[in-house]
Design a protein around this ligand. Structure first.
Ligand code: PLP
Length: 412
């Protein structure tokens, strides 16, 4: 008898992020100190007023429209307009349980092939597999800040061949590199020429350390889909509130997404949508400035104390990740490298191979969020002057883990 599980689903494996967490838990149980540099979650508290709004609306129990609360869609439309200059109408915004679901629905709906840079977030490829869409990887380099150049993009598109529907995924600031894409305009020009659809994953864009929200939609509004939500800038990952903004020209796509939403999750939970209205309409600029500044300081601390002739890293630009490269010939794969580092130093990181790199590239993803964000936030009076001393005081695990890692790397 044939397998009862579909072939494309059988191919999926448990996310490696979870695997490293399991291994870390085991080590903690056996009494070992673990530095949780593998996990990508905001350490900060959700702004109090947003939490209060959730409480105030906890009794609301009726279903909201499939597409989401109109007021919330309007606020997100305004938020995008303010930041990108592009008006995604509220009719073309879909509220989803996390932006991950928004992207999954896109993959399920889309008839074509996916092009994504290496490195890319761990879920794009499995989601494409669920949607039965072929995936093409486009390798990037440190010299180009881990984003493709326009020439590289065009070369790849020529190789893929003509007359294909293609979604090009772009995520800036990037998970796992922590880098910001500086050549959006050039990439958009190629995208236009080849009539690509762009999925601009902007879940971290509010966490750009230069305090500028840059989106490729500005240069190619006709075919740029934007995903985003509350998980990162607002520290509300567990609330599962995301959105997808669909270009006004893509009505058919939008209608299909709505049908999928209605036949799967129906609508996002009501209280959270009301709380999200507050998050998108209130003035959280000061909150964001402080959060960015703390992350930037911690990221720079790690960068300055880890870079050496054995560990090459680009400086942090956004989100909460760095992507160190370890110079060595001892290990065959980045996953073996991470395993040995975890056992010998207690530092948990994810291997570069999880993000689309060839296994023999000695890259890892380091997340510098292993600190009490509430305490750190409370004690920052002036976000412009966060010293290394403050990082040592309020992010001791990050500091200690960095020292362990740096000492370990000296013996490579
Ligand atoms: C690059 C990237 N995109 C999207 C997501 C999904 O975020 P959420 O589903 O919580 O909105 C994540 C979360 O880790 C991410 O790192």
């Amino acid at each position: 008898m044939s397998s009862k599980v579909k072939k494309n689903i059988l191919k999926l494996k448990e996310s490696s992020t979870l695997a490293i967490n399991e291994k870390s838990k085991e080590l903690i149980k056996s009494g070992k100190k673990i530095y949780r540099f593998g996990f990508g979650q905001s350490p900060f508290q959700i702004p109090e007023k947003v939490v209060d709004t959730l409480k105030l609306n906890a009794h609301k129990k009726e279903y909201l429209p499939i597409q989401g609360l109109p007021e919330l869609r309007e606020k997100i439309s305004n938020h995008l307009f303010k930041n990108t200059g592009v008006r995604y109408s509220k009719e073309n915004i879909l509220i989803t349980p996390g932006s991950k679901e928004a992207m999954l629905l896109m993959h399920v709906t889309f008839n074509g092939e996916i092009l994504t840079p290496a490195p890319s977030w761990v879920s794009y490829e499995p989601q494409a597999q669920i949607g039965s869409n072929k995936v093409h990887w486009l390798e990037t380099s440190r010299e180009n800040n881990w984003f493709p150049t326009a020439i590289e993009l065009e070369k790849k598109l020529k190789k893929i061949g003509k007359n294909k529907n293609i979604i090009f995924i772009l995520n800036s600031p990037n998970n796992p590199s922590g880098a910001i894409c500086k050549n959006l305009k050039e990439l958009a020009q190629v995208a236009k020429k080849y009539k690509l659809i762009i999925l601009s994953d902007e879940i971290y864009t509010d966490l750009s350390f230069d305090n500028r929200y840059k989106s490729i939609s500005e240069f190619y509004p006709k075919a740029t889909f934007i995903s985003g939500g509350l998980s990162k800038w607002c520290g509300a990952g567990g609330w599962r509130l995301g959105f997808l903004a669909v270009p006004n020209e893509s009505k058919q796509f939008m209608n299909s997404l709505k049908s999928l939403a209605s036949e799967s999750y129906s609508t996002v939970n009501t209280p959270t949508q009301f709380a999200a209205v507050e998050a998108y309409k209130g003035d959280y600029e000061q909150y964001k400035l402080k959060v960015r500044s703390i992350l930037n300081s911690v990221g720079n601390y790690v960068y300055n104390n880890l870079k050496s002739n054995k560990v090459i890293i680009n400086p942090p630009q956004g989100a909460f990740y760095l992507m160190p490269e370890f110079k060595n010939k001892k290990f065959k794969t980045s996953s073996k490298l991470c395993e040995v580092i975890l056992n010998e130093t207690g530092v948990a990181m994810l291997p570069g191979s999880d993000f689309g790199f060839k296994p023999d590239k000695m890259l890892t993803r380091l997340s510098y969020t292993d600190f009490d964000g509430t305490q750190f936030f409370k004690n920052v009076k002036d976000y412009k002057t966060i010293s290394d001393e403050m990082v040592r005081k309020y992010a001791p695990n990050v500091v200690e883990g960095t020292t362990k890692l740096s000492n370990w790397a000296k013996n490579l």
